[in-house]
Ligand binder design. Structure first.
Ligand SMILES: Nc1ncnc2c1ncn2[C@@H]1O[C@H](COP(=O)(O)OP(=O)(O)O)[C@@H](O)[C@H]1O
Ligand SMILES: [Mg+2]
Length: 344
């Protein structure tokens, strides 16, 4: 007799009509019941219209019917909260001590790096001060969805993009997100997005150590934080606040990224330290976490971001950025495990 595992495997790569994503990647199947001559499947409605549900039902009935050699197939839909369906393995929050240091850019490049390695990646723009993430990825569509949940918009390379800014009717409406409302809004937003199965979710946090940043850190189960800074005089003082915020919230700092570290002058084959000497050594020491990348000031990078083409950017540090984050997550997990064992 056919097993549940076989059925799930067979349907994993089935594309949901009109949504350009698969049954498996959305983690749609909530229940499988196998009887002698009948298979009953339950799927999450996940923002699908009745039309889409019907087409998908027909496809599934055919596939499972063939697999079982002619069993009766029943496909039902139920309304399940995305929060229950989502399976997100790692959540990486990108922080900064203050605005304008390239936090959103690093969030975008982190998602690009992990995606190029072949992982399922999502990016959540939780920074209400401006829609830089959708802009960088050239995403302008409003996310589809209904009362059962909101679907992230897919970028060109298949990164699942969601931005609070994409849901606001107009940019001025950012005002309503201030104050006590923000906690509830972010919590709701987190529960209502159909991320599906993700290896990595990258979050662009609100800048600095504001209440908004704190709220996001509190309401989302973050694996660790990446802290972005630029090598300016006061950077150390400001970044320390971000480190202590992460520490107070008991979130590990996965590492630091030095942005605008230098500018490369090809004619001289020289790296010029525009904003002062690198502070990488003292940052690494203060964070108790590694240097994940040093990013140069690159006009081409700025241009690609403006054009919504961050995914086209090529540089050696992109590859190592993702690798270093993955390594740091593994190290932090191992350290935590060792700590737990020593407590026994
Ligand atoms: N390394 C860099 N090279 C070129 N432009 C950069 C670099 N880092 C950031 N920028 C540009 O500076 C601006 C601010 O960056 P952004 O990521 O939005 O900062 P933040 O999110 O910290 O406020 C953006 O226009 C971005 O494209
Ligand atoms: Mg930003």
């Amino acid at each position: 007799m056919v097993t549940e595992e076989q059925i799930r495997k067979e349907l994993h790569e089935l594309v949901v009509p009109g949504l350009t994503r698969t049954v498996g990647s959305m983690n749609l199947i909530t229940d499988v019941k196998i009887e002698e001559k009948k298979v009953a499947l339950t799927l999450a409605a996940a923002g699908m219209t009745t039309l889409v549900q019907g087409v998908l039902r027909a496809k599934i009935t055919k596939i499972v019917g063939q697999l079982t050699g002619g069993s009766e197939v029943e496909v039902n839909y139920e309304n399940v909260k995305p929060g229950v369906l989502n399976k997100i393995k790692n959540i990486v929050a990108i922080m900064s001590g203050k605005g304008g240091v390239g936090k959103s850019l690093v969030a975008g490049l982190t998602a690009v790096s992990l995606k190029r390695m072949g992982y399922n990646v999502g990016i959540l723009d939780a920074d209400i001060t401006g829609p830089s993430v959708p802009k960088m990825f050239g995403v302008t569509d409003r996310p589809a969805g209904d009362e059962t949940g909101i679907l992230p918009v897919l970028s060109k390379s298949g990164i699942r993009v969601m931005s609070i800014n994409l849901l606001l009717p107009a940019e001025d409406d950012a005002v309503i997100w201030r104050g006590p409302l923000i906690a509830r809004a972010i919590e709701q937003f987190w529960q209502d997005v159909h991320w599906g199965d993700l290896d990595y979710l990258v979050i662009d946090l609100p800048p600095g150590t504001s209440d908004a940043a704190l709220t996001v850190m509190q309401s989302i189960p973050i694996t660790g934080a990446v802290v972005v800074y630029t090598p300016q005089d006061l950077a150390m003082m400001i970044v320390r606040k971000a480190f202590s915020m992460a520490k107070n919230m008991e979130k590990p700092v996965l590492g630091v990224v030095e942005n605008m570290s230098y500018i490369y002058i090809p004619e001289l084959n020289q790296k010029l330290e525009l904003f002062g000497a690198s502070q990488a050594n003292s940052m690494v020491e203060a964070a108790g976490a590694p240097l994940l990348a040093q990013i140069p000031v690159d006009p081409n990078l700025a241009k690609l971001c403006d054009e919504g083409r961050v995914e086209d950017y090529e540089a050696d540090f992109i590859k190592t950025l993702g690798e270093n984050i993955i390594k740091s997550i593994a190290d932090k997990k191992a350290a935590k495990k060792a700590e737990k064992e020593s407590e026994k």
